[in-house]
Design a protein around this ligand. Sequence first.
Ligand code: 5GP
Length: 199
Amino acid sequence: MKKGLLIVISGASGTGKGTVCKELLSREPDIAFSVSATSRAPRDGEAEGREYYFRTRAAFEEMIAAGAFLEYADVYGNYYGTPLAPIQERRAAGEDILLEIDTQGALNVMERCPDGTFIFLLPPSFEELRRRITRRGTETEEELMCRLHAAQDEIRLGKKYRYAVVNDTVAAAVERIRTILAAERFRADMNPAQFERVS
Ligand code: 5GP
């Protein structure tokens, strides 16, 4: 049986990974999205089970104790975790699944699932990163510097990923990712049965 891809996409804040992942999923409707659990409060327009499973800290900690997560991390003071069971089930059924998680979580997944497809999104330039972070809202100069430094720390970790994709335009970034996925689907280790058929 062919094994589904475990696709992990990360990028520093301001890289536009949310938009890229949404567009990728609309172009590749057979890829399932891994809905994370979080202890943060829902934002306007977010629905339980669609963006996240919203849980109290206590409920989240029970899930940690029960071994329910492939990985979890404390991001900006809130828990975020990737439920393990849906990933195992989908991959075993030959279906691809996409995780949009932070670098800390992705490094943990690299340890546990080295056969994953790890893609890091880069902004086209430092000036563009600064522009995108500034455009977001009303941060003070100090908050902006703090976000920029955090983004640069994340970008340094990006070197540990197998693939790096520049997000200059969403359309171009999505096509680059689709090229990567097209090749990954031919990986010998994802479909050992095809060797047995001919030996
Ligand atoms: P937000 O609260 O803006 O939705 O997400 C904050 C950060 O948490 C983002 O960088 C997002 O990629 C990350 N994140 C979302 N889900 C998970 C998860 O399951 N595990 C980890 N490690 N990070 C996550």
